[in-house]
Design a protein around this ligand. Structure first.
Ligand code: 1CP
Length: 349
């Protein structure tokens, strides 16, 4: 199976905490807005059109691997693709992000979230994965949005700062909330399984906005659903990464959701995150993406601090603490990759 082709890579071995050569590095949102070659092929209009075109989407997936020499590619897609393909009525507006015409309000809206059949609903995602994997010499990471983060877009109707309607639904109508989360977990599972089947060598579950929740809210309303997604994908045997932003107080619970790797944002140093997550899990992170804007010297100093906080632990994948910011200088990111490869050390004992 092609998803097994990269079992011996530094990236997959680091995800499993196994000995390997050098510290692997990739960047969340590495494909995209900061790259001139991306802007050249992206085209106008909704990003959903570019995603639905495997020629363009596969090319965009490869661009950061060529440019930076990162140790993994991430599929060019978006976390709202499955709900869009299932017909919920959603677009991604340039400069804004995902926008929903009729937000999720009541039980009747569950009917607008039918199950996903990836072969007929998102054949372009499968085709993009195949084409990219065919030519890549590093593992491809497939991904999905975690149920909570996708729910936030459906309920709020678009990007949100405080996710207040979403939390009101979660806390005010628990039965409906769990039914919504069940549907979204099924969509994520179907999408992730189709990506692994097509050749993705690892998956990442993005729960970007989970940091809006208290530990108790996360435990009751979210963790069981994310755990179900991760468990279902576990049957494929590929490493699973579970990431959120502002999740310092949730890291112990995230470590218990089943993923091999827990993504850490820039607010919690890696050594402290390791204490919170507990043993037997690898970590991914956590250079502040804003430090890249401060220039090469500042970015290198901060990258060295991340490596020092990891202390050579073999269960570590270097990344940013959140996505690449659009105004980032690609040369600074390339320098960070080189530094991690040259100076990162991996303990063997
Ligand atoms: O060209 C464009 O329209 C620019 C913006 C853009 C891009 C490049 C959007 C709209 N989506 C994407 C692609 C994308 N989205 C990738 C592809 C791989 C890569 O860029 O390397 C990935 C992994 C995502 C995942 C995604 N989309 C997340 C999770 C990661 C994160 O950054 O937290 C989220 C929250 C989204 C929603 C989304 N899509 C687009 C935007 C601008 C947003 C965020 C809006 C918000 O602030 O709520």
């Amino acid at each position: 199976m092609s998803s097994r082709r990269f079992e011996g890579s530094d990236f997959v071995r680091a995800c499993r905490g196994q000995p390997h050569g050098r510290v692997p590095v990739w960047f969340m949102r590495q494909a995209g807005r900061s790259l001139p070659e991306y802007r050249a092929v992206r085209g106008d209009g909704s990003i959903l059109d570019a995603i639905a075109d495997p020629d363009r989407a596969a090319e965009i997936t490869l661009q950061p691997v060529r440019r930076y020499g990162v140790d993994a590619a991430i599929l060019f897609s978006d976390i709202v693709v499955p709900v869009h393909a299932a017909g919920f009525g959603m677009d991604v507006v340039p400069g804004t992000g995902p926008v929903v015409e009729r937000p999720f309000e009541a039980r009747r809206d569950l009917d607008r979230l039918r199950p996903l059949d990836p072969g007929t609903d998102t054949p372009y995602v499968i085709e993009t994965v195949r084409r990219a994997v065919d030519v890549l010499d590093v593992p491809l990471i497939g991904f999905a949005g975690a149920p909570f983060t996708v729910a936030s877009y459906l309920v709020e109707g678009g990007p949100s700062r405080h996710h207040e309607r979403t939390k009101a639904l979660m806390l005010g109508d628990e039965a409906l909330w769990h039914d919504l989360m069940d549907r979204l977990a099924d969509l994520a599972i179907a999408s992730l399984l189709s990506q692994v089947e097509a050749g993705a060598a690892a998956v990442q579950l993005f729960d970007s906005w989970a940091g809006a929740l208290s530990p108790e809210q996360y435990r009751r309303g979210v963790a069981p659903h994310s755990a179900r997604v991760l468990e279902a994908v576990g049957t494929t045997g590929v490493p699973r990464i579970h990431f959120g932003v502002g999740t310092g107080e949730l890291l112990d619970q995230m470590g218990g959701c089943g993923a091999e790797v827990v993504g850490v944002d820039f607010r919690v140093p890696i050594d402290e995150a390791r204490r919170r997550v507990g043993p037997g899990r690898a970590l991914q992170g956590n250079l502040d993406p804003a430090v890249v804007l401060a220039g090469e010297a500042a970015a290198c100093e901060a990258a060295r601090a991340v490596l020092a906080a990891n202390g050579g632990h073999p269960g570590f994948v270097f990344n940013l603490g959140h996505g690449v910011l659009p105004s980032s200088d690609p040369d600074v990111l390339a320098r960070v990759v080189q530094l991690v490869h040259d100076e990162g050390d991996v303990r063997t004992e």
